[in-house]
Structures are given as structure tokens and as C-alpha cells.
Design a binder for this molecule. Sequence first.
Ligand SMILES: *Cc1c(COP(=O)(O)O)cnc(C)c1O
Length: 409
Amino acid sequence: MMTEKGYYGEFGGAYIPEILVATFQQLVTAFNKAKADPVFWEEYENIMSTYSCRPTPLTFAENLTKYFAGPRIYIKREDLNHTGAHKANNVIGQGLLVKRMGKNRVIAETGAGQHGVATATMAAKFGFGCTIYMGEVDVDRQRPNVFWMERLGARVIPVRDGTRILKDAINEALRDWAGHMDDTHYVLGTACGAHPFPEMVSYFQSIIGQEARRQIMDREGRLPNRVYACVGGGSNALGVFSGFIDDPVELIGVEAGGKGLETGRHASRLASKDATPGVAQGYKTYFLQNNEGQMKETHSVAAGLDYIGVSPILASLREKKRVRFEAATDEEVLEAFSLTLEKEGLIPALESSHAFAQAFKEAPALGEDDIIIINQSGRGDKDIFTVADAFSDLEWIKFIQKKAEKYDA
Ligand SMILES: *Cc1c(COP(=O)(O)O)cnc(C)c1O
């Protein structure tokens, strides 16, 4: 799928300052060597199975299947990974690569804090030094994650520049990297950024799709009709989609519809018409930006989907019409979240609940012989305060009323 220098159609590439060229080249070489070495993937699978619960189960959602009287619904359980999400697949993979490169320090940027915790966990496991950059605003919003990162031995540096959020933390992390290339690796959290990150992160996440394909074939003896995944940067979606990309299986990426696409308060780059192609943060993709290239404010109930860019690989797959993109609103997401808890006893992350919401919208129109897979990218324990807030005020009353009307109908 990839062409020269990490382009996917017109998207991707590596737009990096001169000073970082050598370290990116070193990373590309190390990654290509590791990929060509069968022992590397074996080592990866081994540590993922002994440290992070892989292979994760593919759960048949019997009650939801009955409830919708539509397709047989399966859930891929990335929530059972160590630290509670698919992010472990990526950070452990990069950690193994860091060992191979002979480096001993990792840095990362984090917005919601989940990637920071995953990186700090990996650093503790492998004995690396660890520094996490975080916008000052996010440090205040994500106290529990900051607490754990520090207990895990990481240094958390609040970034006071600019708007004091994720993009400012990215700039600061790149500055650190440029000053410490000899011993330091920058652990990017999703399938975005300059080449080779989109390819490398998708490569580690492809373990989800490999397992899911094997599991559904074992269980049903055939492929699913559709696979659903939420899309922030795009790594869990690319991971599960990769298992079915060459098959006649419909792939659906679900973005954050926030308050509704028509309100402009969302984080939908590929399902809305509000994003335009551009180059930022080292790569070319669709960004939510205005005419002057200034990044827009995004909104989502799920912090992990609240991002202005999106994987160049997904941008290209949309252009090729290989993946269909949809958006689920905050309200639809909370409803899907509640239904999944009540029917299956599973707590999906609010990010993952976007995939559930879209699948539930489409389920009634599918037949009983159809099969769908929903990727549960993470667990929702972390969302306790967001969910409690959402359900505590007037919204909650509206929500209950709507639900009652639905059941009565
Ligand atoms: C970070 C996160 C996401 C968004 O990241 P992707 O790269 O799009 O997968 C989705 N779900 C969960 C649970 C997350 O923690």
C-alpha cells in the first residue's frame, strides 16, 4: 500500500526539520530490519501474551444480538490489554525496537493521558528513562493519569506554551528529541506523524486484525460482513481492519460527531466536509483547519478521539473508497455505552462506544445470517467522571425520557 517515503496516495510523507532527518533514518532502518526478522514478531507476540493478555478474546454478544434481532454481533476485546486499551500493542512494540536500537530513554506526548500511562508502563518494564510532555491544561484535566505516570517513574513536564494542549506538547517533545537523539526514542501514540510512524504503529496494531480474522473463522467458519472501529488518530481501526483489508468485508471507521456535524463542534475529519488536506505535525492528511491553516477547536465526549488530524493511511483508504467513514454524536455514544453495559456487562471506553453506536444504528437493517465485529478498543473505567457528569444534569432526564419512549414504542 505504501509508496516511496511513506506516501499513501497523496497523503503521509515525512516533513521534518533537517536536524531530525538522521534519527528518522535510523528508525526506518531499525524498523525494516525488525520486520524482516521473524524472531522479532515472535518476541513481540510472546511478550504480548505474557504481559498483556493476548490473544484477546472475540466475545459473542448474545444479548445484543437478540435485542436487535439482526446480525450476529462479535466484540474484539482490546479492553483486556494491560493498561486497558490497544495502546499497549503499540508501546510494547516500539519498546522492543528501542532495545534493538540500543537506546535507553523514551519520550512521548499525551493529551488525555492514556498514551502517557502506557508509555510510562512500558518504560518501567524495559528499564528506560521516561519523560512525558503534556499541555498544562491537560495536566489539570487528567490528574489521575499524571499521578500514575509519576508513580511509574516518569517525569511529567507540563507545557505552558501556546494553548497548552496536545499540539504544544508535540512541539516540545520534538524539541527534546532533537537535543537527545543518541539515547532517546520518541514513542508516537497513533498511526499519524511523519514516516515511518503511521506504518510502524499500524504494523504493531495489526495483531488485532490477525487474531480477529482467525477467531471469527474458527467460530463461524466464515468472514464477517462488516467490521466497526472508532477513529481518533486511527491506530485501533487500522489494526483491526488490516486483518480484512484484502477480503470482501465492509470496513467502517467511526469518528467523533460531538454535538452534531452541523454544529461544527465535533472532531470528524473524514466523515464531515469540514476538514481539508494540508501538511502539519510532519505529515500530510486531512486536518480540521481554517483557510489560514489555523487548527480549529475540536470537541468530543471522548478525549481520545479529540484530534485535528487523522492517519494518512485512512485518508488514502477513504479516497479509494475501501473504508466508509461515519460520525456518532456524544448523545448516541452515551446511549450505546449504556446499552452495552446493561445487555452485556461490558464497559466500553467512550472512544470505543462510537463504534458500538454506529453498529447499533445499522444492525436492525442487517439479516440474521449476517455477522459483524465491533472493536472494543479500550475499557471505560477511566470515563467514570465524564459519564457521571453527562448523566447527572438535565441531559440525564432527557436521556431517560427518550429511552422510555423507545421502549414503549
Ligand atoms: C487512544 C484511544 C483511541 C484513539 O486512538 P486510535 O489511534 O484512533 O485508535 C481509541 N480508543 C481508546 C480506548 C483509546 O485509548
